[in-house]
Design a protein around this ligand. Structure first.
Ligand SMILES: [Zn+2]
Length: 315
């Protein structure tokens, strides 16, 4: 299964960056008739299309943010988009009288609803991609399938606000969350392999480092201060320069968002910035002390090898 990685760097939820220890998976659907990912997921990666209404979830002041979204790319292909690192707390469940599923460690995703009448889309998005994604999360984080719950079940457990998803959608096809969990168990038997596609990697003309005096540089919709700011680039960040034909404004890409930044604060870097080599933790197997028996065996082998080599070399 492919997972497109498109982190919501601009969302308050991403910025809060609260780390959870995953204990469950919460399954949601959006409750609005719009199966297209671009309604919720932005910026456009060339596959989902641009949201012209600014009502997506990757923004300042947004108070809803799922860990992932399942819906249609512009060409109708049903795809999974990861919006938060899996161990970041999502903002999805709301609270019930016993607590809040987000905070407890339920990784949550949204399936974009359509009019709930298209069986092919249901099978593809819910019983296909949603089941596979859930199985993958259970596999990766050792989550028990019993802890896979939809919004309505979590409400029943006192861990979420009062919503009917995704049970109301399953019911259209005479299915329940027990059927969903059974499908997840079935998928787990085979094991899930995932190929991640990083949508943030944009190949530009060259990289540049921001040298602005303030803490951040505005990323604007067009080449001028009269254009809306669509993001902040911190001082010292590396951006990819896509166009540098205008003298004062370059078109750049930063963390997946494309816009214009003031050229005077962009300094070209031709080589990737030097990085301290990372010290790696020794693998556990390296720490296992060698037994005397093994050492003897190894020296015997080394001796043998040495003797045969010596013969060959005529010594
Ligand atoms: Zn929900």
């Amino acid at each position: 299964m492919k997972i497109y990685k498109r982190y919501f760097y601009q969302s308050d939820c991403y910025k809060a960056g609260r780390i959870i220890k995953p204990i469950g998976v919460q399954v949601h659907s959006t409750g609005a008739n719009n199966p297209y990912l671009k309604r919720y997921v932005q910026p456009d990666d060339g596959r989902i299309g641009r949201n012209q209404n600014g009502n997506h979830h990757n923004k300042y002041g947004g108070n809803v943010c799922a860990s992932a979204y399942i819906g249609k790319q512009a060409d109708g292909n049903v795809a999974v988009y990861e919006a938060l690192p899996w161990d970041y707390q999502c903002w999805l469940s709301g609270s019930g009288h016993n607590g809040n599923a987000n905070r407890l460690g339920y990784i949550g995703f949204e399936v974009c609803e359509d009019g709930l009448t298209d069986r092919t889309y249901f099978e593809n998005a819910v019983m296909g991609k949603a089941v596979l994604l859930t199985a993958y999360l259970c596999q990766e984080f050792g989550i028990s399938v019993d802890n896979v719950r939809d919004h309505s079940e979590l409400h029943g457990m006192g861990l979420a606000s009062n919503h009917a998803d995704i049970t109301h959608w399953l019911r259209k096809y005479s299915l329940t969350m027990d059927d969903f969990r059974a499908a997840v168990r079935y998928a787990l038997e085979d094991g899930i392999t995932v190929e991640y596609i990083d949508c943030d990697v944009v190949k530009g003309l060259y990289d540049a480092i921001t040298t602005n005096p303030g803490t951040y540089l505005n990323l604007r919709e067009g080449p001028g201060t009269n254009y809306r700011s669509i993001g902040h680039i911190p001082q010292g960040a590396i951006v990819s320069v896509l166009e540098d034909s205008l003298p004062e404004w370059y078109r750049v890409s930063y963390q997946g968002e494309t816009g214009f930044a003031m050229a005077q604060y962009l300094e070209r870097v031709d080589d990737p910035p030097f990085q301290e080599p990372q010290e790696t933790e020794p693998q556990e197997s390296d720490n296992v002390p060698i037994s005397k028996e093994l050492l003897k065996e190894l020296s015997a082998k080394a001796l043998n090898l040495y003797q045969s080599l010596s013969k060959l070399l005529g010594e």
